[in-house]
Design a protein around this ligand. Structure first.
Ligand code: HMG
Ligand code: MG
Length: 307
């Protein structure tokens, strides 16, 4: 019998988003010094990408209002990149001044979410990114593009996948190197993941190497969705140490897929990541006391229960 896992990638690039997507959704304001240490510990664990912070309006996300100090405070290792989120030219100027060398812009597949998140229509958000991407290109800074609500929207419910594909094609035409497809509210199921990736790669002709998946584990389907994505040829997966983050639309629910849970599954399946799971666990143990609650990662909880 041919294994249903015969087409899985040999290695996966794990994009750590805990210091950004995680901490932006935590109630606690973590001191700058501890954020810097957390980022450095994650980089030291061998993660190839550690998304460090966001240069957004401090009124929108007070948790990351120390972005400049965080970015300029990190002692960087040679290997990982430390991208930051940038919504507009003002954010890009702040990011470059603080030494950012990789950025991500972010929009969504649904209008209502885009309005609530960045006070713009999708078209306006794309127009705002154009000068940002041009600045990045002049500086040799790679740009990732997040598309939120690909699998469902907190305001509109089901989202037409073609809307996400249109946004993706606009972003790629702008010169963005990588797309991250977000299940912002954690509603996706594996069949939907296979359908979306099929549409993007087959009808949209988007190379699978340019697509990352970004699952939130609000309803416990994140790992199943990752497996479906890997079976569809995806080899870039976003996750957050400890599962940091929570969900603003489902208070108390789990946040991003936890890095430890992802690494445990990939290691068990013989898929290389180059990341030391125990060192990620140490980073989560370090940050946990500053959160005011137990991290939601299942691997973390099991590890803590057995010490
Ligand atoms: P706005 O109010 O429409 O913008 O916000 P504005 O241009 O009118 O500016 C209002 C004020 O903000 C002004 O200050 C600006 O200077 C300031 P004032 O004159 O009133 O004192 N401002 C800034 N300050 C610092 N840095 C900046 C900046 N820009 C304006 N870059 C805006 C529009 C986009 C700025 C705002 O809505 C915003 O910052 N939103 C960010 C929201 C956010 O970060 N959301 C979370 C990230 S997305 C996400 O998590 C999803 C993802 O994980 C994938 C997934 O899970 O789906 C990526
Ligand atoms: Mg997210």
């Amino acid at each position: 019998m041919v294994s249903p896992f015969a087409r899985l990638p040999r290695s996966v690039r794990v994009v750590e988003v805990g210091p950004r997507d995680g901490l932006q959704n935590e109630k606690a304001l973590v001191p700058t010094e501890q954020k810097i240490r957390f980022i450095q510990m994650l980089a030291g664990a061998g993660l190839p990408v550690v998304e460090a912070t966001s240069f957004v309006s401090p009124r929108a996300i007070p948790q990351l209002s120390d972005a400049s100090d965080v970015m300029s405070g990190i002692t960087r290792l040679a290997t990982p990149s430390y991208p930051v989120l940038v919504p507009n030219v003002k954010g890009m100027e702040r990011a470059l001044a603080a030494g950012a060398r990789a950025i991500a812009v972010f929009t969504a597949a649904s209008e209502s979410f885009t309005r609530h998140n960045i006070n713009a229509t999708i078209a306006e958000s794309l127009a705002n990114f154009r000068p940002v991407v041009a600045m990045a290109q002049r500086e040799g800074v790679p740009v990732r593009g997040y598309i939120s609500t690909v699998f469902g929207c907190p305001y509109e419910g089901r989202v037409e996948t073609r809307q996400a594909l249109d946004v993706a094609q606009d972003l790629l035409a702008m010169g963005i190197s990588e797309l991250s497809l977000g299940d912002t509210i954690g509603v996706a199921t594996p069949n939907q993941v296979i359908d979306v990736i099929g549409l993007f790669t087959e009808e949209g002709n988007i190379p699978v190497e340019q697509i990352a998946v970004h699952f939130h584990d609000t309803r416990g389907t994140a790992l199943a969705n990752v497996l479906a994505a890997l079976q569809s040829g995806i080899s870039i997966v976003d996750s957050s140490a400890g599962g940091l983050g929570g969900c603003p639309y489902a208070p108390g629910a789990a946040g991003n897929l936890a890095t430890e849970d992802l690494l445990y599954m990939l290691r068990g399946m013989g898929i290389e990541t180059g990341v030391d799971l125990e060192k990620v666990l140490e980073a989560t143990s370090f940050i946990a006391p500053y959160l005011g609650h137990m991290p939601t990662s299942k691997y973390y909880q099991a590890a803590m229960a057995s010490v």
